[in-house]
Design a protein. Sequence first.
Length: 155
Amino acid sequence: MALLDILRRWFGSPDQHERPKIEASPVHRAAAVLLAHMALEDGALDPREIDRMCRIAYRAFHLDPAAARSLIDASLQQAKQDVDLFRAIQPLVAEVAPRDRVKLIEMLWEVVYADGVVHDREVALMRKVAGLLYVTDADSGAARKRVLARGAGLN
C-alpha cells in the first residue's frame, strides 16, 4: 500500500475486514508523542488522558489494543525526555496533508478535554503546536468546537 493511501486512511475507523496493526508507523509514533506532550503539559497525567490516547491510537492509527497501549506508553516516556517538539513535528509537517494535520489538532483537543479541565498551559501548547503544524487559529478553533460538540472528554 502506498504511503498516500496510508495517510488517507490515517484518521478513519478500523475496517471490520482489516486486521489491526501491531506496530505503529513513524508518522503515527510522531503523532503519539505530540498527544503525550499534551497529556503531560498540565503537570498531572490523568488515567482518562491515557485512555483517550489509547482509543485515538486504536481508532485513528488502526492499531490493536495492545499495540495502542504500547505506543502510548513509549510516547509518554519519549515526551518526558524530549527537550522540544521538533522531532515529533518534523515528520508530521513533511508527510501529513494539511487537512489531516487539522484532524491531528482535533485529536490533541480530545486529550486536552479528557481530564475535564483545560489548563492555560495546554491552550498555549495547542497554539504553539498548531502554528508549528501550519494549522491556522481558525482551523484549530473549529477543531476544538467539533470536539466540544461531540462531548469528547467532558466527564
